[in-house]
Design a protein around this ligand. Structure first.
Ligand code: ADP
Ligand code: MG
Length: 589
């Protein structure tokens, strides 16, 4: 028979910590929320090694006296439920779980001085062992230090990411709270250097541009709508201002930062018609709702909430954004509405064999006689090659001999036993990607200096992260320098990008690449994929009519390119249909 026993407190706290304190950023989130609950106006977070070896949160809030200090580190001890009312929760905390959880997995020390009290006091907790309250020196407010987080739970320690990634998460936690509390000053110091500082501002608008960047204000739509008792306000980015991940979506419910699935899904849905699946809108959205209409006590880190009427919230969000998008239709039209052309479907078809070129019908015996009997084309945009029968024998090449290009996108080629349709863009991207990869393995990407440096405005966080990684970017052919707050000067670019670059988009994607990739390998692949995509989108080759030689050259290049069967997003670059398949399709077999 198993023996049931009551677990000791330190173990209970460690278990709770597993849910609440996932990484250093989660500890920062809990501590910053405590500071905000304490009415702080100035909050400073100081970290070393991404918070893994040490982090401290300092505030000028109401502070605690010696008795409260002793209780604060006890499990289920809180000052925030004075009326035992779980329905109307107006504070960030209420479970009395954060401090004992952190104390259970790290070396925690708190020093605090209650408002207008004559003395300050300190307490320590080391892996669950609570020390005695003792007098200390402190002018006011509270300082919480967390050393060696998870040293008491080595399993969790192993899952921590690199310093940069953990620091990025901490930055995001602070940015989210800073967005919701414009009147509070937030400072983030890492390795003794201030890496983010948000001065108090009088309006949300100002804070939004501090954090999301000045360019967001000119590329977003302001929202303010109310339905029944729910209000939605904030800013939703134009589709043309989208990003490669959803890190730039800031959602708040009653000023509490959330990553709620319902809201994220609604946001995605609102842009479904205007954004491709792999692009994500930028948004800062606040939902104000009566406390009794939302339950925040459903997620350990309170990142998800439960609405009493989810459909209502989703509808409000989707319709507000879609209305705004329609109102701003002209600003987005260039990007979202594909140019329609119903006149003559073949205006970007290229034939390799003569067809009926109106108005003069041509009669041939067999094969081709070359270009001599071609008439000049009536439509300048229909191009024919003056090439005779294909000289390339299909059997020599797995991807066959090119025969036609359709819709400026697809190359149709003939093989010995079937046909192949190749997505020219995907193929091009893969080839460029592999070439860049080869370059990286052999001394770096060929670069080209710009005669006049390009000044690119981007959001200050991205600028800081890119400059921090300037050394890495140089190996990729990108030479950048600081150019004031929220801007960088580009002096060198990879030669492969020489055509045309969407600089703002490129650097936003690169910043995302740094934020998301810790390991050198995945970072390299991500950065190369971004460059390859830029090279192909910006290139004059995109959407371009290719002649037969160019098509064949592309196919031959693909045959020599590793992994050429898929583009670097994992989509196939070509599909093959055997004669057998075709016969089945036409029910010949
Ligand atoms: P909760 O926030 O859910 O109450 P915590 O474990 O985070 O639980 O904190 C316990 C208590 O300690 C809080 O209720 C609050 O009274 C006090 N406390 C924690 N941090 C601070 C702070 N920075 N300033 C003042 N009081 C604090
Ligand atoms: Mg708390």
């Amino acid at each position: 028979m198993p023996v049931i026993r009551q677990l000791p407190d330190y173990l209970i706290n460690r278990i709770a910590a597993g849910e609440v304190i996932e990484n250093p950023a989660a500890a920062v989130r809990e501590l910053v929320e405590n500071s905000l609950d304490a009415g702080a106006r100035n909050i400073t977070v100081d970290v070393r090694e991404g918070g893994k070896s040490w982090l401290a949160v300092d505030d000028d809030g109401c502070g605690m006296g010696p008795d409260d200090l002793a209780l604060a580190v006890q499990r289920h001890a809180t000052s925030k439920l004075p009326e035992d009312d779980l329905v109307n929760i107006a504070t960030f905390g209420f479970r009395g779980e954060a401090l004992p959880s952190i104390g259970a997995v790290a070396r925690l020390s708190i020093s605090s001085r209650a408002k207008s009290a004559p003395e300050a006091y300190a307490i320590t907790v080391d892996a669950g062992k609570i020390g005695a309250v003792a007098p200390t020196a402190r002018a006011g407010g509270t300082r919480v230090e967390v050393r060696d987080i998870f040293y008491a739970t080595p399993a969790r320690l192993k899952f921590l990411r690199g310093d940069t990634a953990e620091l990025t998460s901490i930055k995001q936690v602070m940015a989210r709270h800073a967005l919701a509390n414009p009147d509070v000053r937030f400072t983030l110091v890492s390795e003794g250097r201030t890496v983010a500082s948000y001065n108090p501002c009088t309006s949300h608008v100002e804070r939004v541009s501090q954090i999301v960047g000045d360019d967001f204000s000119s590329n977003s739509m302001e929202l303010d709508s109310k339905r029944d008792n729910v209000r939605l306000r904030g800013f939703a980015g134009l589709p043309t201002f989208s990003r490669g991940n959803s890190q730039h979506q800031f959602l708040f419910v009653n000023n509490r930062p959330v990553r709620d699935r319902l809201l994220l899904g609604a946001l995605k849905g609102a842009y479904a018609d205007t954004l491709m699946g792999d692009r994500h809108p930028v948004a800062v959205l606040f939902i104000d709702i009566a406390n009794e209409d939302v339950d925040i006590n459903v997620h350990p880190a309170k990142l998800e909430v439960r609405f009493r009427e989810p459909a209502h919230i989703r509808g409000l969000l989707v319709s507000s954004i879609q209305q705004a998008l329609q109102a701003h239709g002209q600003r987005t039209a260039a990007r979202t509405i594909a140019p329609a052309n119903f006149s003559f479907p073949s205006n970007d078809i290229q034939y390799t064999q003569p067809r009926h070129v109106a108005p003069i019908p041509m009669v041939r015996e067999s094969g081709f006689t070359g270009a001599s009997n071609w008439q000049p084309m009536a439509r300048a945009d229909v191009q024919f090659t003056d090439e005779p029968a294909p000289v390339v024998m299909p059997q020599h090449h797995p991807l066959g001999a090119a025969r036609a290009q359709l819709h400026g996108t697809y190359i149709v080629s003939q093989t010995d036993d079937g046909i192949i349709i190749t997505d020219q863009h995907a193929a091009h991207e893969r080839i460029v990607y592999e070439r860049l990869k080869h370059n990286m393995a052999h001394g770096g990407v060929p670069r080209q200096p710009l005669l006049i440096p390009e000044i690119v405005n981007i959001n200050p966080d991205d600028a800081a992260s890119l400059l921090e990684n300037a050394g890495t970017l140089a190996a990729y052919g990108l030479g950048i320098e600081a150019f004031g707050e929220g801007a960088i000067a580009v002096r060198e670019i990879p030669a492969i990008l020489a055509d045309r670059i969407d600089y703002a988009g490129l650097f936003a994607d690169l910043a995302d690449g740094f934020a998301e990739n810790d390991a050198a390998e995945t970072l390299r692949d991500a950065l190369l994929a971004i460059l390859a995509r830029q090279a192909c989108h910006g290139s004059v080759r995109a959407g371009r009519i290719l002649n037969i030689d160019e098509m064949n050259a592309l196919l031959r290049q693909m045959e020599e390119t590793p992994l050429s069967g898929q583009c670097n997003h994992g989509r196939p670059t070509h599909v093959a249909l055997s004669l057998d398949d075709l016969e089945k399709l036409f029910a010949r077999k």
